[in-house]
Design a protein around this ligand. Structure first.
Ligand code: SAM
Length: 276
């Protein structure tokens, strides 16, 4: 098709921003424009571009939407403040919230071993970037970071990020939740470690090769990337496919990788320093 006009692009963007399905998510406009532009070459006309754009958007955002009313949760947090003085209450709260999101729910039975395995491998980081975090930050009580540690969590879902910020304000006042597309705007700060849990396979669907670009751009030497070993229904093994994804991402580099499995997660420890 011919390059769409600015007017046509604006209409596609506005239709999403005002749609019942997406309007509450306040998605970054640069994400919507990017998904339109990458779908121009494989669309014959404007109608097909609209279909391909909506399909791509669905894959990026909609598969992991849950029924959490983040506005309500923020109000409830304000009414019932969390406290570090009561670690058991904090853990109970986090478990209840994590159970509402498919991705963190399946990590619940393995939380202790999961973070023991992570920190055994990477040491205790003083600064962490959690990329495409969803509800990962609710695992913080199991991370037991040093009181001086910094933690920044990134996601594109506006209400989810506002909720995480409300959670941080109560339980981890120095931590930050940021609404940002980590592919279009990779975090520019240095950190000891980045977590990139259970999202690389979907980022690759959005743009093949995107994980390599992201890892190269990050000013972080150590990345803990996880991928599911089985599909969410537990019917199919994804192991070979995901080993291949990581091998392909590291192809031609001298980066080092090690793999451990915890529960349904394949944990890849990637070090960008040239050790081979
Ligand atoms: C599979 S879920 C959760 C992954 C989470 N790290 C975990 O292990 O539970 C994917 C999350 O990534 C977010 N996301 C997807 N693409 C993103 C991007 N380009 N930048 C930032 N967040 C993104 C989605 O909004 C969603 O919250």
């Amino acid at each position: 098709m011919n390059t769409p006009t600015e007017n046509e692009i604006n209409k596609l963007v506005t239709a999403v921003q005002t749609s019942r399905k997406y309007r509450d998510l306040e998605l970054p406009e640069d994400l919507l424009r990017d998904l339109i532009s990458v779908n121009v070459p494989n669309s014959k006309n404007l109608a097909e571009l609209k279909t391909n754009f909506r399909k791509a958007l669905h894959n990026v955002i909609a598969l992991y939407l849950e029924n959490i009313d983040y506005g309500e949760e923020i109000l409830s947090l304000k009414a019932n403040p969390l406290s570090f003085n009561e670690p058991e209450n904090l853990r109970a709260y986090c478990l209840r919230m994590m159970a509402k999101h498919a991705s963190t729910k399946e990590r619940i039975p393995h939380l202790e071993v999961f973070f023991e395995t992570v920190f055994e491998n990477v040491g205790m980081p003083a600064s962490i970037l959690d990329l495409a975090c969803a509800l990962d930050p609710l695992c913080l009580p199991w991370m037991q970071l040093a009181p001086t540690a910094t933690f920044k969590a990134y996601d594109i879902n506006g209400p989810r990020v506002r909720y995480l910020q409300a959670f941080f304000t109560q339980a981890y006042p120095t931590y930050q939740a940021i609404q940002q597309d980590i592919l279009l705007n990779p975090p520019s700060e240095q950190a000891d470690c980045a977590f990139f849990f259970k999202e690389a396979h979907r980022l690759e669907k959005r743009q093949p090769g995107a994980t390599r670009i992201l890892l190269e751009t990050l000013k972080v030497q150590t990345i803990v990337l996880s991928l599911p070993a089985m599909d969410l229904k537990g019917h199919h093994s994804l192991e070979d496919y995901h080993y291949h994804l990581v091998d392909k991402t590291l192809e031609g580099t001298l980066w080092h990788q090690e793999m451990r499995r915890v529960g349904n997660e394949l944990l890849f420890f990637i070090r960008k320093e040239q050790t081979r």
